[in-house]
Design a protein around this ligand. Structure first.
Ligand code: IPM
Ligand code: MG
Length: 386
């Protein structure tokens, strides 16, 4: 699907070929990563898996859910497999912090969002394929691929609450539509900046078109809201139109995010590759995932020039934690994307075939598929096909 640049130095017989950071996180993240390991071991990937600390536990104990030692680890690996992390609203997060940390002024920020920005993992790749015979398919034959911009937009993290006086004064000077807000007291409103760059828009759109060209896909649809959010989405759309000219054999169209959600449901077969700024990509990829079986089937690759971090799209589902009942296929498909990224295309294809067979046969079914198989039984069934 998408391959990284550069190659790993290979010392036969001494060192494993790949270093992979192993980041279970918390909640069901731990269980689904155990499941992934069953298939990766069966497929005999020549890798060293290095466990990294990340998640709620480290927020509570250290005031940092993504500690510096884990950042260091990620600088020295070929790829990472990531489970899931519990996030709670600011107030709850502060309450759960170890007492000695409460006065230190630490603030919770989503580790995955930080990771995407720190390592410039600018592509969020989310393939959404309806595997034949999956009883949860919205329609058979759906095969969509979402390219979500992964570092900027409303995720830039530039936010103000309360709004500083200086900022309000400046906005009052520079923007007419700001007038009704200018009268408000600082704590009566909040500002989150949507920041989109030409460079950031161009590289995600280019990644989508490059992919379409290599995979012989017919069309790329640009998702936006440029009719209202004129500055940032206007820039995204304009940049996309320029990039599209370099790919004359691939059809390009565009749609507003709201209309897109309706059209996608009405006729998913009109679409192929979708590309979107960060927040719309977040939303549209959940919709696409639901059309191919929901959270048990959504996998995601966060890709940069050097590092790829692979994860299931689902969260940590605290209510299921420790029960070993969730469907690990999302994480197993994320492992398959990781194999592709590493250049292990044969192993990736074999793994996908095994997943497809187990789904088609329908003998091993986790609760979402109407069965009683456990997380690890599902992984074992897939491994047994390899
Ligand atoms: C996703 C998730 C994350 C996001 C959350 C957990 C921060 O929804 O990967 O789609 O918003 O990007
Ligand atoms: Mg999401």
């Amino acid at each position: 699907m998408l391959k990284r640049g550069g190659m790993t130095a290979e010392v036969p017989g001494i060192m494993p070929k790949y270093k992979i950071a192993w980041l279970p996180g918390d909640g069901i993240g731990v269980e689904v990563l155990k499941a992934a390991r069953i298939v990766l071991d069966r497929i005999e990937l020549d890798a060293e898996y290095i466990a990294g600390d990340i998640g709620w536990e480290f927020w509570r104990r250290e005031g940092d859910a993504f500690p510096p030692r884990t950042i260091e680890l990620l600088k020295n690996v070929d790829a990472a497999l990531f489970g899931a992390i519990t996030s709670k609203p600011a107030k709850r997060a502060a309450e759960e912090l170890a007492p000695e940390l409460r006065s230190k002024g630490v603030a919770y920020r989503s580790p995955i969002v930080r990771m995407r920005q720190l390592f410039d993992l600018y592509i969020c790749l989310r393939p959404c394929k309806a595997y034949p015979g999956n009883p949860l398919n919205y329609k058979e034959g759906i095969d969509l691929v979402v390219f979500r911009e992964n570092t900027e937009d409303l995720y830039a993290g530039v936010e103000f609450s309360p709004v500083p006086q200086e900022l309000a004064e400046m906005l009052g000077k520079l923007s007419k539509p700001f007038a009704p807000f200018a009268k408000l007291a600082p704590e009566q409103y909040a500002i989150s900046c949507k920041i989109n760059t030409r460079g950031g828009s161009e590289r995600i759109v280019r990644a989508a078109f490059d992919f379409a060209r290599k995979q012989k896909r017919r069309k790329v649809t640009v998702v936006h809201k440029a009719n209202v959010v004129r500055a940032t989405d206007g820039l995204f759309l304009e940049t996309a139109q320029a990039v599209a000219k370099e790919f004359p054999e691939i059809q390009m169209d565009d749609a507003n995010i709201d209309a897109m959600t309706m059209w996608l449901l009405k006729n998913p077969f009109n679409y192929d590759v979708l590309v979107a700024p960060n927040l719309y990509g977040d939303i549209i990829s959940d919709l696409c995932t639901q059309m191919v079986g929901g959270l048990g089937f959504g996998s995601s690759g966060n890709l940069g020039a050097k590092l790829g971090v692979f994860e299931p799209t689902h969260g940590s589902a605290p209510k299921y934690a420790g029960q070993y009942k969730v469907n690990p296929i999302a994480t197993i498909l994320a492992s398959k994307m990781m194999l592709e990224w590493l250049g292990e295309t044969k192993k990736a294809a074999a793994l996908e075939t095994a997943v497809a067979q187990v789904i088609k046969e329908g003998r091993t079914r986790t609760y979402d598929l109407g069965g009683t198989s456990t997380t690890l039984q599902m992984a074992q069934a897939i491994a047994d096909k390899l």
